[in-house]
Design a binder for this molecule. Structure first.
Ligand code: ADP
Length: 671
């Protein structure tokens, strides 16, 4: 009789009547566990709906052998021949199999892991009448196991230490990486407090972390230090998450600990490089701009001491003096001048020569160690007796001509403090300093020469002033003694005019040296500026033969407090220039006005004008525009005028157009 799966019956199997068989059939039919039976020959005789569902198909009763699935495999994936399947084996051998794992493939190719329990059924005579098989689907369990194994593998193979602990901080798991990182084995750490690996001064961190975890919060990328078994501090980044029970309550914490030692050292290196760059940049800027030798020496000494983390730095510089004698300048950083002077090495040419004798960089790890080369021995002796240092770095500095002009000595009280990187840094700064020192030395020479020139001008103008004054006096006496219009009187008049001109030039030169010395005397008084300008112009008009000086005044009266003589000097200079530099014109305009609270004068000529790019220069000492047809002058009138106006808190400026003319204006505060 063919049975449908809905009418599962042991009766069919045993061909035997049973009073309760119908009830049992119903029960089996609805069991969630797959059950089926085969007869003695292995033909399927019945199966329940769970079996049908598990196989994913409906086998034909009485026609199909041993199993409802067409393909079964061993857990390792090898196919099992149908006649070798557990059911076939049970039927053949009459032995029950207690949970063998097989894989059942459904028609849709999905696979399920199953535990099978085939058990033989015997007839009354004890012969095998068939077998009943129970199939338990363990696919989900298997998947969970795989996930678990994967997770365990991930945790074990992780480079980061992964640790879990309960809410009392007691460690509940400890992976391989944790063992590698901290040196404690899993056995040592399970059951121990996490504070074992927290440095004593950071124990309060655990309190803070547990507080957060209890509230169900995460702690992310917390950078701190942890302690290894050997007592080494390890820089770490921690991420700590709460572990929750199925019910959702926090029962502990999982902690991922990353060793950021490498990252930290890269960060440190980056910081160091950034700091070095900053120092180099600022040194470069100041050193290239400065022309002061002492300033350059000091800046370079400070910077190189900082760059190399030296205890102290010394910079010796051989500045030849005017007599071409050696004169050793020095700058120091990290050690006081008093201490240095006591050692007697500063300014000592012998020391200088020994230090830079081998003309190269010397980097010594320890002053007690042997000198690398014989010629370094004297230096070793000298340093060890004079300075409190153990390791040192000597970097010479060469001038443009290739001579050693100086060098740096950096010292440290500990051994091996200087590296190749320090050598590069210091020699970089040193070569930059060499150029600046060359420039500064050159500038120093030029400045000395310029000072000499100023001294000469001052001396010469003083020396000239006295004879000129006396010649002028005697000429005037002769002039007064001569009567009528004798030709002698005419010659004396010419001589007097020339001596006045000479006297004016010498006075101007004297003024220049007074300005340079900051000693140009001014004497202020209150007067009407308009009237004052009018008087100057009418006097000036006398001597100006060709040019008409046209005056316009916007105001009638304008009181100022100024030095009359000096302002007159400015006016005469500007009017003189206006006439001198407009040889083809015959008009000069002077305008007086009040601008804000200033008295303003503008003197306009219609002469040769001044190119825009030269307009700044004409106010500097001894500057004359060169490509002009020769006009007499020393190039100091505008320099003196500007100084006088500046000293009145005023301004002097020019607006000019070549071939059109110039307007020189100045203003001084009105009362
Ligand atoms: P000096 O006239 O004795 O050379 P200054 O200091 O008075 O000296 O003037 C400096 C230079 O400025 C002159 O050499 C000249 O080249 C230029 N300069 C001054 N005033 C004028 C002007 N009004 N027009 C054109 N150039 C002028």
């Amino acid at each position: 009789m063919l049975m449908t799966p809905q009418s599962f019956s042991t009766e069919t199997l045993l061909n035997k009547q049973n009073v309760e068989s119908n009830q049992i059939d119903g029960l089996i039919q609805h069991l969630p566990v797959a059950i089926y039976t085969c007869n003695r020959l292995g033909y399927i005789t019945s199966f329940n709906s769970a079996a049908e569902k598990l196989w994913g198909r409906t086998p034909v009763i009485g026609k199909e052998l041993w199993c409802g699935s067409l393909k079964v495999f061993r857990p390792n994936g090898k196919p099992i021949r149908p006649d070798k399947c557990p059911m076939a084996k049970t039927l053949k051998e009459g032995i029950a199999i207690n949970g063998e794992e097989i894989i059942v493939q459904r028609p849709d190719e999905s696979k399920i892991n199953v535990l099978v329990y085939p058990s033989p059924i015997f007839d009354e005579k004890g012969n095998i009448a068939g077998a009943i098989n129970t199939l338990i689907d363990i696919t989900e369990q298997k998947q969970a196991e795989r996930r678990q194994a994967m997770l365990a593998a991930i945790i074990e193979s992780s480079e980061d230490a992964i640790v879990s602990k309960n809410l009392f901080g007691i460690i509940t798991s400890w992976n391989d990486a944790a063992q590698r990182m901290f040196g404690y084995s899993e056995i040592e750490m399970l059951g121990r407090s996490i504070t074992t690996i927290i440095p004593p001064d950071r124990q309060q961190e655990e309190f803070m972390i547990l507080n957060k975890i209890r509230k169900g919060e995460r702690v992310e990328h917390y950078e701190t230090y942890r302690l290894s078994k050997s007592g080494q501090l390890i820089p770490v980044s921690l991420t700590i998450s709460p572990i929750k029970s199925v019910a959702g309550t926090v029962i502990g914490a999982s902690k991922i600990v990353r060793n950021i030692d490498k990252q930290k050292s890269i960060e440190d290196k980056l910081h160091r490089n950034a700091r070095n760059l900053e120092i180099l940049n600022s040194v470069g800027k100041i050193v290239s701009q400065s022309l002061d030798i002492n300033e350059i020496l000091q800046i370079v000494t400070d910077a190189t001491t900082k760059l190399t983390n030296a205890d102290f730095g010394l910079f010796f510089y051989n500045m030849m003096n005017e007599q071409d004698e050696n004169h050793i300048l020095y700058a120091s950083s990290g050690v006081s001048k008093e201490v240095l002077e006591k050692t007697g090495i500063t300014g000592d040419m012998a020391f200088f020569e020994i230090m830079f004798a081998n003309k190269g960089i010397i980097r010594s790890g320890s002053i007690d160690g042997d000198a690398q080369q014989e010629e370094e021995l004297p230096l070793y002796e000298m340093l060890s007796t004079n300075l409190p240092l153990v390791s040192y770095l000597v970097v010479p500095i060469f001038s443009k001509s290739g001579n050693i002009v100086g060098g740096l000595l950096l010292g440290h009280s500990l051994e091996n403090k200087f590296t190749r990187e320090h050598e590069y840094l210091v020699s970089g700064v040193a070569s930059q300093a060499a150029i600046s020192l060359d420039n500064a030395a050159l500038y120093e020479k030029v400045r000395n020469l310029s000072e000499k020139k100023d001294e000469f001008i001052s001396l010469a103008s003083h020396e000239l002033k006295t004879p000129i004054t006396s010649i002028n006096g005697f000429l005037q006496l002769i002039d007064q003694s001569l009567t009528g219009d004798s030709s002698n009187k005419e010659f004396i008049q010419i001589a007097l005019k020339q001596i006045r001109k000479l006297s004016g030039l010498v006075s101007d030169l004297l003024d220049v040296s007074k300005i340079e010395a900051g000693k140009l005397p001014l004497s202020f008084s209150s007067f009407d500026f308009v009237q004052f300008i009018k008087e100057i112009i009418s006097h000036f008009q006398f001597s100006a033969k060709k040019h008409h000086i046209e005056l316009s005044c916007d105001v009638e009266e304008l009181m100022v407090s100024a030095d009359r003589q000096r302002i007159e000097q400015v006016m005469i200079n500007l009017l003189g220039n206006a006439v001198k530099y407009s040889p083809n014109a015959n008009l000069v305009k002077v305008a007086v006005s009040k601008n804000d609270n200033n008295a303003l004068v503008a003197i306009t000529d219609f002469g040769i004008g001044i190119k825009k790019e030269l307009q700044e220069n004409i106010f500097t000492r001894f500057y004359r525009i060169e490509d002009l047809p020769h006009m007499p002058g020393l190039g100091i009138g505008l320099y003196i005028s500007k100084e006088i106006i500046n000293r009145h808190n005023g301004t002097l400026w020019v607006e000019s157009e070549p071939s059109i003319g110039s307007t020189f204006s100045f203003e001084i505060p009105a009362e």
